[in-house]
Design a protein around this ligand. Structure first.
Ligand SMILES: [Zn+2]
Length: 251
């Protein structure tokens, strides 16, 4: 797939906010930028050789997608999704991604070839023990699949969900090895290549469940801390942000 890889910052002088966003996303996918890390406007502007206005635009776009958190008088920070946020992300992925996998079966042969190459790169990175590359590639596989499905809305959605998943993995992974389990991407691609949308969707559903199992998303005391409104009895217990309606919430 076309990775969100960009030229060196120096080569981007005067350009739009898009390369800045792409580079921040890439750093999140590679888990080099961590949840809660401060993104100082001046410093980012200096590194990219752009004005602070351009940096502000990039950060505002990322904030819209929930990847950056802007705090009044304190600046911008890499988002630190709560366990509930992480559950919502995985619920959404469990609904959307099987559909994407099924749709990718109807894509052109060139799209399947790209997915194969992508899986081959994952295997190389795994064999070479290049962990940062592997986690980035396994995340990008899901975006590549959305591209293979030929729907730009899916691509944007998956980019956002994947970035939030990377942050959630950093915060809540049970072990060192949290990433997509080996072989599962290859199995999905094989089903797509065979034109078997039903199997591709089923394998993806199982895959997302495995990703979720790797995360410790139960609230530490077994229940969620009430928000202020709920604590004051001003709203029902359900989060206003809404999940994917899968009923997997534990409360
Ligand atoms: Zn995966």
């Amino acid at each position: 797939m076309d990775r969100p890889v960009v030229d060196s910052p120096v080569a981007q002088r005067g350009r739009s906010e898009a390369p800045i966003r792409a580079r921040i996303l890439q750093a999140i996918f590679e888990r080099r930028l961590h949840p809660g890390e401060k993104l100082t406007e001046e410093r980012v502007a200096e590194l990219f050789g752009v004005s602070r206005t351009v940096v502000r635009q990039a950060l505002a776009r990322l904030a819209q997608d929930g990847i950056v958190e802007q705090r009044p008088n304190r600046g911008a920070f890499v988002a630190a999704p709560s366990r509930a946020d992480a559950r919502h992300v995985l619920d959404a992925r469990a609904v959307v991604e099987p559909e994407i996998a099924a749709t990718a079966c109807c894509g052109p042969a060139t799209a399947v070839a790209r997915l194969r190459r992508h899986v081959a790169m994952e295997n190389e990175a795994r064999a070479a023990g290049e962990r940062a590359t592997l986690v980035r590639l396994t995340g990008e596989f899901h975006i590549a699949l959305a591209e293979a499905a030929g729907n730009p809305v899916f691509v944007r959605l998956l980019t956002e969900l994947q970035a939030l998943s990377s942050l959630a993995i950093l915060l809540y992974a049970r072990g060192e090895h949290a990433a997509c389990p080996p072989h599962e991407h290859a199995d999905i691609v094989q089903a797509i290549e065979a034109g078997d949308g039903e199997t591709a969707a089923r394998l993806m559903r199982v895959h997302i469940a495995h990703v979720a199992e790797e995360l410790d998303l139960a609230e530490p005391n077994g229940s969620r801390p009430p928000g202020l409104a709920q604590a004051l009895g001003l709203e029902p217990g359900l989060s206003a942000r809404g999940g994917a309606g899968s009923g997997s919430e534990a409360e």
